[in-house]
Design a protein around this ligand. Structure first.
Ligand code: AMP
Ligand code: MG
Length: 267
């Protein structure tokens, strides 16, 4: 999975990252879906351990263009995990109250506690993506945010949070197909927003903003993974495997039981 991880300090050119790539899995879609089932089981076990040990905190950040697959990734990768101990937070257009504070205020209070996995569906990165592309604040302000975000994430990491950030990478053609599917399928129409068409026109600007995010904020303590995401099944495999590898690296163990349990007789 290291091939998709951005080395700190390296310059990312997204045109060199193929969203159709599937180099790490030999099989086809059906086999890929089967492989995911085994990963779901493994993740369930690891999450239970994380919860029981009550030591580590895990933050998963998902960013993507519209239709990029954030919702689908959450649904498929976390299928079967115990909802107690996993929380999804979706960041929308900030409310008046949120706007009255600094941009990290609403984010910090949603970060995971011990034993918890929190999934950010969008995140503080919107404050250097949509905010930058639409000039919602001047460059003088957003330009400082990369360093601020690195410092913020470093604080979380030093205080015991494991941070994983995924950019689900699709291309313009794939987005067209997915938007069309939302129009065509009655059960998907609710997801279609005319606003998405406006954002689509700004694709090159978004790619530039994403390249800066990936180049400036992939750190040792909070690395970015670029996920080839045109194929949903492959995207799920990459995210699940990266997460599992990371959780396995935490060397977790179940808490020591109380002393003297061997002699207990329940009457
Ligand atoms: P969705 O994820 O489709 O429900 O849409 C959420 C919308 O909220 C997207 O259009 C985001 O760009 C927008 N959004 C999220 N965070 C911010 C932010 N900090 N400033 C402005 N818009 C945001
Ligand atoms: Mg949307």
């Amino acid at each position: 999975m290291k091939r998709y991880r951005i080395k700190p300090g390296s310059k990312v050119d997204l045109s060199k990252w193929d969203p159709n790539e599937k180099a790490l899995f030999e099989g086809d879609k059906e086999e890929g879906k089967k492989a995911l089932l085994a990963l779901n089981d493994r993740l369930e076990t690891l999450q239970e351990l994380l919860y029981a040990e009550h030591k580590h905190k895990v933050l998963v950040v998902l960013q993507a263009m519209d239709t990029g697959g954030k919702d689908g990734t959450i649904r498929h990768v976390f299928e079967g995990v115990n909802p107690q101990g996993v929380r999804v937070v979706s960041f929308k257009v900030p409310t008046q109250e949120e706007l009255a504070h600094d941009y990290l205020w609403r984010v910090h209070k949603q970060t995971p506690g011990r034993g918890e996995i929190v999934i950010f569906n969008r995140s503080h990165y919107e404050d250097v993506l949509v905010v930058r592309v639409h000039e919602l604040v001047p460059e003088e302000i957003w330009g400082k945010r990369y360093d601020q975000i690195n410092a913020f994430e470093r604080t979380l990491a030093e205080e015991g949070t494991t941070i994983l950030k995924f950019f689900l990478h699709i291309d313009l053609e794939e987005q067209k197909e997915r938007l069309q599917a939302r129009l065509d399928e009655p059960n998907k129409r609710w997801k279609f927003s005319l606003g998405d068409l406006k954002e689509r026109k700004l694709w090159p600007k978004y790619m530039q903003a994403y390249e800066d995010v990936l180049s400036k904020t992939s750190t040792k303590w909070a690395p970015w993974t670029i996920v080839p995401a045109n194929r949903k099944w492959y995207r799920n495999l990459v995210v699940a495997t990266t997460l599992i590898d990371t959780l396995e690296g935490l060397n977790m163990s179940y808490p020591q039981p109380e002393e003297g349990l061997d002699d207990v007789v329940i009457e």
